[in-house]
Write a protein that binds this ligand. Structure first.
Ligand SMILES: *Cc1c(COP(=O)(O)O)cnc(C)c1O
Length: 356
């Protein structure tokens, strides 16, 4: 008999995109990383870390960072918690709130890490279809006969945003926990966040990350907001020193430079809109995106499997985009937004590839 639990044996590990070796000139548009460096405050904070700081255990509760987050979002420190990336927070949600016999509902397509974590915890995950234009239908989620709903907003990999009024309708009419993952919200309309709703709805939990808009994927730091009782429960369930001292300092420095964050988000948005228009001029169908990536369908005149072939041919040219096998996705590419220069190189390559 195997020592490994059978449900783990059966699991397909979550597959993140390819990370080509550093310094080989690859254009990386496959992991939704920010093409711009973090705020200069972040490197200053990094250089200010001394031996003593490394010698001591970090603050287990990220007091300073939570205080800063609470102030920025107008909530209490007791309504926020930090984690080792939002991925840790997502795992923690399953340990703290979700029982083995529960069913979680998530729109399809969406961020597949939720399916992987559900499988690790032996929780059933129900895919609720999105509409033909990939927008989320709140009614269908409410009818899903589930105990927990996960909503990635704006959604990945579609880039579509559900308006606050619709998210509120969901939270109001659903008796169980609603998790809203706002990993990309700072690229969208700043008023699209539902953080203010945690005051009114005890079943709402909002997950955020420093990975995307703050350019800190490597530092692994995420955060969330909910009512005080839920946050207290998560504090009990989390790993003791879950966020290391360096990451706590870097996140605090990043948070204190809101101007830099906003500039970056605006720059990415401009590049995204211009690139989307260019893709359309090549005959691509592009889903309007509120994020730092676009989901697009290559023109119909190229052969079957056109998206996969483009993905592979771009990789031969050292350009990495994302291809998903799943239904409604296998004819599409998800392209993260890089710098203007990178997107011009990609556009020129696509132009050549489509002419052949
Ligand atoms: C990138 C991403 C995250 C962030 O994960 P981290 O662990 O914080 O790096 C969370 N949710 C979604 C939907 C994402 O795309």
């Amino acid at each position: 008999m195997s020592i490994v639990q059978p449900h783990i044996e059966r699991l397909h590990a979550y597959s993140s995109g390819i990370q080509p070796p550093k310094g080989n000139g690859a254009i990386k548009l496959n992991l939704n990383e920010n093409p711009y460096p973090p705020s200069t405050h972040v490197l200053k904070a990094l250089h200010s870390i001394d031996e003593e700081t490394l010698q001591r255990y970090p603050d287990a509760l990220c007091d300073e960072l939570r205080t800063a987050l609470a102030k920025l979002y107008g909530v209490k420190k007791e309504q926020t918690l930090c984690g080792n990336g939002s991925s840790e927070i997502i795992s923690l949600l399953f340990s703290v709130f979700i029982r083995a016999q529960d069913r979680i509902a998530i729109p399809y397509p969406s961020f597949s890490l939720y399916h992987s974590v559900a499988a690790v915890h032996q929780v059933e995950c129900v895919n609720v279809p999105t509409q033909d234009d990939f927008s989320v239908n709140v009614e269908w989620l409410l009818e899903s006969r589930s105990n927990v709903i996960v909503l990635v907003n704006p959604n990945a990999p579609t880039g579509r945003l559900l308006p606050v009024s619709e998210v509120e309708r969901l939270v109001k009419n659903f008796p169980g926990l609603v998790v809203v993952d706002e990993a990309y919200i700072d690229f969208a309309d700043p008023h699209a966040s539902v953080i203010p709703l945690i005051e009114r709805y005890a079943n709402l939990l909002v997950v955020r990350t420093f990975s995307k808009v703050y350019s800190l994927c490597g530092a692994r730091i995420g955060y969330c907001f909910s009512n005080e009782a839920f946050i207290a429960a998560m504090e009990k369930g989390k790993n003791l020193y879950n966020v290391n001292v360096i990451s706590q300092r870097l996140a605090l420095a990043a948070l204190q430079d809101q101007e830099h964050m906003k500039r970056t988000a605006i720059a990415v948005g401009h590049t995204r809109d211009a690139f989307s228009a260019n893709l359309q001029s090549l005959g691509f169908d592009v889903i309007p995106s509120q994020t730092n990536f676009v989901l697009c369908t290559p023109p119909a005149h190229i052969e079957d499997n056109g998206a996969r072939q483009l993905y592979e041919k771009l990789m031969e040219r050292n350009i990495y985009v994302r291809y998903f096998e799943g239904s409604r996705l296998s004819d599409k590419l998800r392209i993260s937004i890089g710098t203007d220069e990178e997107m011009t190189i990609l556009y020129n390559e696509l132009h050549c590839l489509l002419e052949k």
